[in-house]
Design a binder for this molecule. Structure first.
Ligand SMILES: *[C@@H]1O[C@H](CO)[C@@H](O)[C@H](O)[C@H]1NC(C)=O
Ligand SMILES: *[C@@H]1O[C@H](CO)[C@@H](O)[C@H](O)[C@H]1NC(C)=O
Length: 155
């Protein structure tokens, strides 16, 4: 359940080069399989599932990023979720929140673009914390609600 949720809610995350046409570049980048050593690690995922709530659940995820390019933007695939809050910290200065703003694509690219208020230092580790509300998928690709009923009960 936990692994399933992680894999379906968040896809690969990556930093994109800072250029005049970032929007287009990161959409293109999303189409490519990234080299393994540039894929950030997702770690420390917590989900808060309330069996009485079939509409949504809440979750927190921390993502570790090692930038290989000069950029202030991190792009993540994020599906079926509403963002509550985002924080971004450099390992070098773990008390200063560098998060500036984000956009979450409403089309089927599901790209979450996170902007920091300053350019990341190449090969300097960063940690991104995301608090979100996840929505149970109706198509069984994400987390889904399964209702069990005994004979005589409605399902
Ligand atoms: C980014 O935000 C942090 C926290 O508010 C601040 O300390 C830092 O100076 C900001 N950086 C820039 C380049 O504005
Ligand atoms: C998001 O933050 C970046 C970095 O501080 C800034 O350049 C950009 O204008 C902001 N975008 C919006 C829509 O506020």
């Amino acid at each position: 359940m936990y692994l399933l949720a992680l894999l379906t809610l968040f896809g690969s995350a990556f930093a994109v080069p800072l250029t005049a046409s970032v929007e287009r570049l990161d959409d293109l980048a999303a189409l490519y399989v990234l080299p393994r050593d540039t894929i950030p690690t997702f770690y420390d995922v917590s989900l808060f599932l309330n069996p009485d709530n079939e509409e949504y659940f809440t979750g927190k995820v921390s993502i570790r990023i090692l930038p290989y390019v000069t950029t202030n933007q991190i792009v993540i695939h994020a599906m079926e979720m509403t963002i509550n809050s985002i924080e971004a910290y450099s390992d070098r200065n773990p008390t200063v929140n560098l998060f500036a703003n984000y956009t979450l694509a409403t089309d089927d690219t599901h790209l979450l673009r996170i902007q920091l208020n300053e350019t990341m230092t190449i090969l300097q580790p960063y940690t991104i914390n995301i608090d979100y509300v996840g929505h149970y998928a109706e198509n069984m690709f994400g987390i889904y609600v399964s209702t069990y009923g005994s004979v005589g009960q409605t399902q």
